[in-house]
Design a protein around this ligand. Structure first.
Ligand SMILES: C[S@@+](CC[C@H](N)C(=O)[O-])C[C@H]1O[C@@H](n2cnc3c(N)ncnc32)[C@H](O)[C@@H]1O
Length: 302
């Protein structure tokens, strides 16, 4: 027996001389129209075309992303979540963050990809640091991108325990951190100081002064919301303040943290930089920590 919808499609096939456009525009009408042809912003590209496909590749290898409910923990401006919602068709793409930067996504998406409304499967929620999510969200999988190095140490155990409880049995968690604290630009101050490991080599006073006295431009891939909503003086002070708050997790500590809360490691990739290390650093820190710049980790709740 044909459904009303199938009959409508058959009718359109029979009656329209522009068969393909009629059918495809019917399906497209469910998703807002967008195009990546005119993206002009490097930060947007790095998230929309860079981070999102990597997250998709890691999660989709082990689960069906279309139809799933996904959580992005520490979503920032939500560009990555927008890409996932539009490209990979999850049932729900939910971003949470302690800031509400994601409220600007409408405007950014209109400018970069010509989107006139955010997709219905995308939503955001502002949370407070360490807030439990287990009673307010129902999700199938979690990812987090460049966020876990910012979660203050006192909150780490609470957050990981809550995210573990939030997942169903077999649920996946993908994590990425770059740059890791002890790597050459792990301070996140590389936009102001080109010297590798400056944060481990200079005293705090010199480091702070170098940042605050910086007067050149910063790379396009660092220009995001926090850059545009502050004066340059305020922005430098803000990024320096963020450096002071980094939790300094190493790749090994990240794995131990999650496995200590019951997660099972499914896949891990870490990336090393090829730079000569000053002897003084080798005397103070493990070479592994100093050279490991990025970790990507797929975990599962058994
Ligand atoms: C470097 S940004 C990354 C944002 C986004 N994932 C991206 O790739 O652009 C780090 C984010 O972590 C968020 N964050 C810091 N501490 C947090 C916490 N305790 N809970 C949730 N988000 C947190 C910050 O507000 C910020 O948006």
């Amino acid at each position: 027996m044909t459904t009303l919808f199938q009959r409508l499609v058959m009718y359109l096939r029979e009656t329209s001389q522009w068969k393909v456009p009629v059918i495809s525009s019917m399906f497209r009408s469910k998703l807002p129209h967008w195009s990546s042809e005119n993206i002009s912003d490097q930060w947007f590209t790095d998230h929309f075309e860079g981070a999102a496909p990597i997250i998709h590749e890691w999660l989709n290898a082990e689960m069906e992303m279309p139809g799933a409910s996904l959580l992005d923990f520490g979503c920032g401006d939500g560009i990555t979540d927008l890409a996932i919602a539009l490209k990979y068709r999850p049932k729900n793409m939910i971003g949470v963050d302690i800031t509400s930067t994601f409220t600007n996504l409408n405007e950014i998406a209109a400018r970069q990809i010509g989107l006139n409304r955010l997709p219905k499967n995308l939503s955001f929620q502002k949370i407070v640091p360490g807030q439990g999510l287990v009673h307010i969200l129902k999700i199938d999988a979690i990812f987090t991108w460049s966020t876990f190095e910012h979660i203050e140490r006192p909150h780490l155990d609470t957050v990981v325990a809550d995210l573990f409880d939030l997942l169903p049995q077999g649920g996946l968690f993908f994590l990425q951190i770059e740059p890791l604290y002890y790597s050459p630009f792990g301070s996140h101050l590389g936009r102001f100081i080109k010297q590798p490991w400056a944060h481990l080599l200079l005293d705090e006073e010199t480091l702070k002064r170098t940042v605050l006295e910086y007067s050149d431009d910063i790379p396009a891939n660092e220009k995001e919301y926090n850059f545009y909503v502050r004066t340059f003086e305020e922005y430098k002070a803000f990024i320096y303040g963020e450096f002071l708050k980094l939790n300094k997790l190493t790749a090994e500590e990240v794995v131990d943290l999650f496995c200590g809360h019951g997660f099972k490691e499914i896949r891990k990739e870490s990336y090393r930089v090829a730079l000569p290390v000053p002897d003084i650093l080798l005397e103070k820190y493990p070479e592994e920590d100093i050279l490991t710049n990025e970790i990507r980790l797929l975990l599962q709740k058994p």
